[in-house]
Design a protein around this ligand. Sequence first.
Ligand code: 13P
Ligand code: SF4
Length: 303
Amino acid sequence: MLKENLGEYVTARKKELKAVIMAHYYQPAEIQEIADFVGDSLQLARQAAESSFEVIICCGVRFMAESAKILSPDKLVILPYPDAGCPMADMANASELRKKKEQYPDAVVISYVNTSAEVKAESDICCTSSNAIEVVRSIPDGKEIIFVPDKNLGQYIQAQTGRKMIMWGGYCPVHDRLTAEDISQQRSLHPQALIVVHPECRPEITEMADAVRSTAGLLEYVKGSQAREFILGTEAGFVHTLNKHCPDKQIYLAYNEFICPDMKFINLENLALSLENLETQIEVEPRVSLKARQALDRMLKIS
Ligand code: 13P
Ligand code: SF4
C-alpha cells in the first residue's frame, strides 16, 4: 500500500471494525493526528473503561494496552507494535513485590500504572502522575505505604504530601536523564521561559521547575499561562501536542534527545497492518486481570 493511502485505509478499516484509536501524547505526530483520542495515562484508562467501541487500538506502550484490556475485558485490545514496552515498568516484578509485602505486612501498596498487570494484581491501588497526590492522600494517616516503581515520582509526592513512603528503586531512563545543567543551559538561552516538567524527572529538576504536572496537566498549564516561552521537561512527542494546542507559544525541549524509543515504535505502516490483521491482541490472565482491576477501579473512583 502507498504511504499516501495509509491514512485513508486506517480510517476506513477502523469504521468497518467499529474500532477506536487511542494514542498517548508521546506518540509520533502522524499517530496523534490520526487518533480519535489523544491523552495521558489516566485519560486513556478512563476512555478504555467507558468506551462503547468493540475494538480498542492502543497506540502507546504495553502497560497502557494491558490496562485497557483489564478495564474492558470484553473488548478486543490491539497494540500495533507488540514490543513497545516501558523500561521503568520492567524494573518491578510481582515476586519481588510479594517479598516486599512480607517485609511490611501492614503496608498499603500503591503502584504507578507504569507496571505490569501482575504487579498491579499485587497492589491495593494504582495511580498515574496526574492523580498520585490524591491517591496518597486517600490512604489513612499512620498506614505505611509501599510506592512502586518510580522513585522520582515517589519523592515528588513525598515532598508534596509530607507522607513518608517505602520506595522502590525504579525510574524512567528518559526523564531521569535530564540534569540541572541541561536546564541551566536552556535557561541561559531562554531567560524568559518557564520551566515545566513531568514528575518522573529527578528531584533536583522538580525543585527548580515552575510547574510539575502529568502530560495532560502540563497541557492545561501551558494553555492557561500568560508566559510565551516554556522549557519542556518531558518527552519530545508532547512538543507536537503543545504546538498544536498553543500555536502562539514557543516550546524548547530541555535536552536534545528527550525521546522514549518505545513510544516511537508505532507508525502509520504498522498501525495499518495491525488493523488489517487484528494483531497484536492483548490478553491478561483472568485471575491476574480481576485483581489488577480492583486496584485500577479504586484509582478511578478517586479522581
Ligand atoms: P502520563 O501519566 O503523563 O501520561 O505519563 C506516562 C508516562 O509514561 C510518562 O513517562
Ligand atoms: Fe516508560 Fe519513561 Fe517511556 Fe514513559 S517515557 S513509557 S515511563 S520509559
